[in-house]
Design a protein around this ligand. Structure first.
Ligand code: NAP
Length: 461
């Protein structure tokens, strides 16, 4: 086979990989096809890697194999983490992706064979700046989510000024390097400033905003990969990076909208400060009920809407919830699930868990579609959800979550909330729902409590 023919085969395989990436995103947009989406993405990535090994420019396989083994050694355990740890795991993946983009840029600058042109210098600078800040930013985000670092925003006077000054200086160095690519001594300062900027960009952001920020960092990692594609003259990387970058950005916009927050508010609003409002410290009376009483109320109902949240994920209660669904459906109760776009800790969190428990997709209803049905609903059963049901978001203009669209569970005839205590949810604020006359607290772990209700209903194992 001639070199030209080989190149044509390689290019064709890359086009197939790109098509698979695009199909993957398309399939991922619906729960019914999401599994195909994962498969298409995996095959596309594997194809791209394997085909690259046939590139004549790959001179020594040992420098591919050694990192491959190390990478797989790190990647396999990372892939096995618990579902609730997926946001921080994703942040780590972005950190690694961005680090590799930054390192490839650094290598191209220092050890590239031909002298770097001005245009290439522009590409390299972009790749290295975005890659470096995404690397440290993602590490800080992962640390905050894993609670290794404090979740609360760390702020000080003049913070935004300092941050932008740092980024500004890094960009001035980048422009100087574009004018004079031979000024090697400036390059490390540009990298260092970008690394520090990544840390400073993320520390003022509260833990509650981390998933949105991670999605944004995903976008940055994609941009740096795309810039890397220009540096390495790889169309595959340019396209894959652009897909990654734009989907990350779109997702973070969707998440911000679902929380009724602007982008600048997420990045600079220091949301998630410790709340010291009177509401959080007051001890008001609430009504509570046992599993037996809850089972009696549920079995007397015609229409039930279950509202899952982060607590269901923590307790891994989805299979018990499925048993409850079966048990009530058998008794002729109409049971549906209300899905809030930011319930849990990542987009689609509830859909994934309920799909894992084989709850029919047509029983899962999005917030906008189901909200009008709560007034005609006998029981809204909230399982480990809190912020997404907080009526203060509708009425209390002083609430930090004011304006966030919520599930109108308080409008149901009876609301029952399964959670372990009166502790707040991720936004750290009290929920006035719990003090309403039509609300009953079902205190306990979600899995155990739902299991007890199922037993009272005479079902389950
Ligand atoms: P939440 O407001 O964080 O509340 C979860 C509740 O679950 C807690 O109040 C906790 O109360 C309870 N819980 C924890 N473990 C439990 C267990 N084992 N059994 C029973 N209950 C348990 O959750 P949410 O209503 O799902 O709201 C999601 C929050 O995350 C929102 O503030 C949203 O803005 C934020 N967020 C989500 C995303 C996303 O993509 N999904 C992105 C960004 C931000 P106890 O401690 O009393 O049990």
């Amino acid at each position: 086979m001639t070199g030209l023919e080989l190149q044509q085969y390689l290019d064709f395989a890359y086009i197939v990989a790109v098509v698979l990436f695009i199909l993957s995103l398309k399939f991922l947009s619906s729960p019914t096809t999401a599994r195909w989406g994962v498969l298409a993405g995996e095959i596309g990535a594997a194809l791209a890697v394997v085909v690259t090994l046939f590139n004549p420019e790959v001179a020594q396989y040992k420098w591919v194999l050694i990192p491959l083994i190390i990478g797989a050694g790190v990647g396999v355990p990372l892939g096995l983490v618990h579902m609730t740890a997926v946001p921080q795991r994703t942040a780590l993946s972005h950190a690694f992706g961005a680090l590799s983009a930054a390192m490839i840029g650094i290598a191209e600058y220092y050890v590239g064979t031909a002298p770097v042109t001005r245009f290439e210098m522009g590409e390299i600078s972009l790749e290295v700046i975005i890659g470096s800040l995404t690397f440290t930013g993602s590490l800080i985000a992962a640390g905050k989510l894993q609670e290794i670092l404090p979740q609360r925003p760390l702020t000080y006077r003049g913070q935004n000024f300092v941050n932008f000054l740092l980024l500004g200086v890094a960009l001035v160095i980048a422009v100087t390097l574009v004018m004079h690519p031979e000024r090697h001594s400036l390059f490390p300062f540009m990298v260092l400033l970008a690394l520090i900027f990544g840390v400073l960009l993320i520390i003022p952001i509260g833990g509650a905003d981390m998933p949105t920020v991670i999605s944004l960092l995903n976008g940055y990692a994609g941009l740096s990969a795309s810039a890397m594609g220009f540096v390495l003259d790889s169309k595959l990387l340019i396209i894959a990076g652009a897909l990654d970058g734009s989907s990350g950005l779109i997702l973070s916009i969707i998440m911000s909208k679902a929380m009724n927050r602007s982008f600048t508010n997420v990045l600079f609003g220091a949301f998630g400060q410790v709340q010291t409002s009177a509401a959080a410290t007051e001890t008001k009376p609430v009504r509570s009920a046992t599993a037996e009483e809850a089972a009696a109320i549920l079995s007397a109902a015609n229409r039930v809407i279950i509202v899952p949240g982060y607590g269901m994920a923590v307790a891994q209660a989805q299979h018990k919830v499925r048993e409850l669904y079966d048990s009530l459906t058998k008794r002729g109760v109409d049971v549906r699930f209300a899905i809030h776009p930011v319930a849990g800790r990542m987009p689609g969190h509830m859909n994934v868990l309920l799909a894992e428990a084989d709850i029919p997709y047509d029983r899962l209803v999005e917030m906008d579609e189901i909200n009008g049905d709560f007034p005609q609903t006998d029981v809204a059963l909230v399982i480990g959800a809190n912020d997404v049901t907080n009526p203060a978001a509708r009425s209390d203009t002083t609430s930090p979550i004011y304006g966030m669209p919520i599930l109108d569970v308080d409008k149901a005839h009876t609301v029952m909330v399964i959670k372990r205590s009166m502790n707040p949810g991720f936004a750290g604020i009290d929920n006035p729902l719990y003090y309403l006359d039509n609300n009953l607290m079902l205190f306990g772990d979600a899995k155990a409590f739902v299991g007890n209700i199922v037993r009272e209903l005479g079902g389950g194992h």
